[in-house]
Design a binder for this molecule. Structure first.
Ligand code: UDP
Length: 537
């Protein structure tokens, strides 16, 4: 059966029926609020993708983070300033898949999981032949462990059908247990031996994973009031700032920075206050308490500057703020934060160096929407705030964070990504490949980015070949294929040694060292849609 673009989301609310508590309320109300926006985007997608309609997939969505004891704790935090980014993503993923016409089952209960995947209750009882009634299973790291328990031996057999929502990403070096353990990349997460593109991230962190993303809300707020073709905004802005930080611990030690901002702008907060208590904030802050997402977005529409405190890292809110016509002011991290120096990133399966609170905002959006400052430098903060006040910005949403952009991307993944085939990937096509030879010490992520391209791990196999070295004018004295190294294929000028990759799971855009020049598979991307190349839909 072909997947048909849907024109209503109503049946999806029944699919969500079983999600309990505050998390369920958050997901349902978000999908409902965005529904007209999804439906419009669906119409446009239908006009543009007639050539590539995909088969209808039977899809299971299982956010392990909402299940069991972990789920109860996570759910309870929803109304108390806990993280909401994951819920945003689960809501938007469900809406995308539903609009694209796939058949969805959504569960947050381990018991229900057992019954829908056809396992007998109890542990590890599935025989390997169990016909799994789903073509795709979207889950997270918590859910993977539950699925392993529920599926027993069948787990390995079907793991190519899994997609893991993994906000911050998992680099290949951490994904392969044996390699991770012997090369110092061992973490609590990781080691599942999936294909790195099966991990789906919140932002395009490392191209080794698939960038799933979410929808930033400008379109939705707009459409009730404006004709489609009219440019959004400008909104009527008060001379105000809203501080990004739902819990008061995030504000601690930032008093001087906040004071500098309050000198120029009336400063508001949306900080959770436990019943009968008030949040510990500087006295001149106007605190609204934790708002519903709806109210929060209404507040941002009247706000001039959205102020980052340095935490939370890499969340959705700054994109929403920019979509609603705010400027985002945020601290730079010098030195950058990473698993080596930050408790938050410690143990996360990534070597990324995080240069500010929101590197996507800094690097992909930038001025005049995003200003990154040294929070401890009074002059820098003052001058930046004043410069912002002299700047007019219009609401802006990168295409990849619109509902149409997300539908286009999810559709492409569903149509083209196949991790169950034993042969090398055929998408994107080889014609998209631009081989670059990196300098010593540079990862393919940055080599490609410096050429305004993006590293494409699905193209690595085309250049893992002695002929690729010759084409780049490198003459190899030896062709090393015996050692595992996630930097391979690579060239070492000392002794003119060339190294080929022998383990395809170790093809990695991330990673560099001082003795290797990496062979990098770069490709172009569409404007505002880094996940897709110009001619590969
Ligand atoms: N948000 C909200 N009420 C508030 C502040 C924020 O509902 O008072 C929403 C906001 O719209 C965003 C979500 O919380 O979509 C996640 O916010 P954040 O960027 O803080 O990421 P997190 O760390 O929660 O994942």
């Amino acid at each position: 059966e072909k997947a048909e673009v849907q024109t209503t989301l109503r049946p999806l609310y029944e699919v969500f029926g079983g999600i309990q508590g505050p998390a369920g309320r958050f997901i349902r109300s978000r999908v409902e609020r965005l529904s007209t926006c999804w439906i419009k985007a669906g119409h446009r997608i239908r006009e543009n993708t007639t050539k590539t309609t995909s088969q209808q997939k039977r899809v299971l969505l299982y956010p392990g983070v909402l299940s069991g004891g972990v789920g109860q704790r996570f759910g309870a935090m929803v109304d108390q300033g806990g993280p909401l980014g994951e819920l945003v993503q689960w809501a938007d993923l469900s809406a995308s898949l539903f609009i694209l016409g796939h058949n969805l089952t959504f569960t947050t209960s381990q018991n229900h999981l057992h019954s829908v995947i056809g396992a007998a209750p109890g542990k590890g009882s599935c025989p390997i032949q169990m016909p799994l009634p789903f073509d795709l299973i979207y889950t997270d790291y918590h859910g993977l462990a539950h699925l392993q328990g529920a599926m027993g031996l069948a787990f390995q057999h079907y793991q190519c059908r899994f997609r893991i929502l993994d906000s911050f990403g998992t680099e290949p070096a951490f994904n392969l247990g044996t390699y991770a353990r012997s090369h110092g990349y061992n973490t609590l997460w990781g080691s599942w031996r999936l294909q790195p593109l099966q991990y789906m991230t919140m932002f395009p962190h490392t191209p080794d994973n698939s960038f799933l993303g979410f929808v930033s809300e400008e379109v939705m707020v707009e459409q009730e009031e404006r004709e489609e073709e009219v440019e959004p905004g400008p909104y009527r802005k008060d001379n105000t700032a809203v501080v990004y930080g739902k819990q008061d611990y995030m504000w601690q030690g930032k008093e001087r920075y906040l004071e500098l901002i309050s000198q120029e702008l009336e400063t508001h907060g949306t900080v959770y206050q436990p019943p009968g208590h008030s949040a510990q904030l500087p006295s001149n802050i106007i605190n609204h308490g934790l708002l519903t997402q709806d109210q929060f977005l209404q507040l941002l529409r009247r706000t001039k500057v959205f102020v980052g405190l340095g935490f939370p890292y890499e969340g959705p809110a700054p994109l929403e703020a920019i979509a609603l016509g705010c400027v985002f002011l945020q601290p730079r991290f010098q030195p950058p934060r990473s698993s080596e120096n930050s408790d938050f990133y410690k143990g996360k399966p990534t070597t990324r160096q995080v240069s500010s609170q929101h590197p996507y905002a800094e690097e992909f959006i930038g001025k005049p929407y995003v200003w990154t400052v040294d929070m401890t430098n009074t002059t820098d903060v003052q001058e930046t705030v004043r410069a912002i006040l002299r700047t007019e910005v219009k609401p802006f949403t990168p295409r990849e964070f619109t509902s149409e952009g997300m539908l286009e991307r999810v559709h492409a993944y569903i149509t083209h990504q196949d991790f169950c085939s034993v042969s090398f990937p055929t998408w994107p096509p080889e014609s998209a490949l631009r081989i670059h030879l990196g300098p010593l010490g540079q990862s393919c992520v940055s080599v490609c980015r410096r050429a305004s391209l993006v590293c494409e791990p699905a193209l690595f196999h085309h250049l893992n070949d002695p002929a690729a070295f010759t084409r780049l004018g490198l003459s190899c004295s030896s062709m090393d294929q015996e050692v595992d190294n996630h930097l391979f294929p690579a060239y070492s000028p000392w002794g003119r040694r060339c190294g080929l990759q022998r383990e395809r799971l170790l093809f990695s855009c991330a990673g560099s060292d001082p003795v290797h020049r990496r062979l990098c598979p770069c490709r172009a991307h569409r404007a505002g849609q880094v996940a897709l190349c110009p001619d590969c839909l």
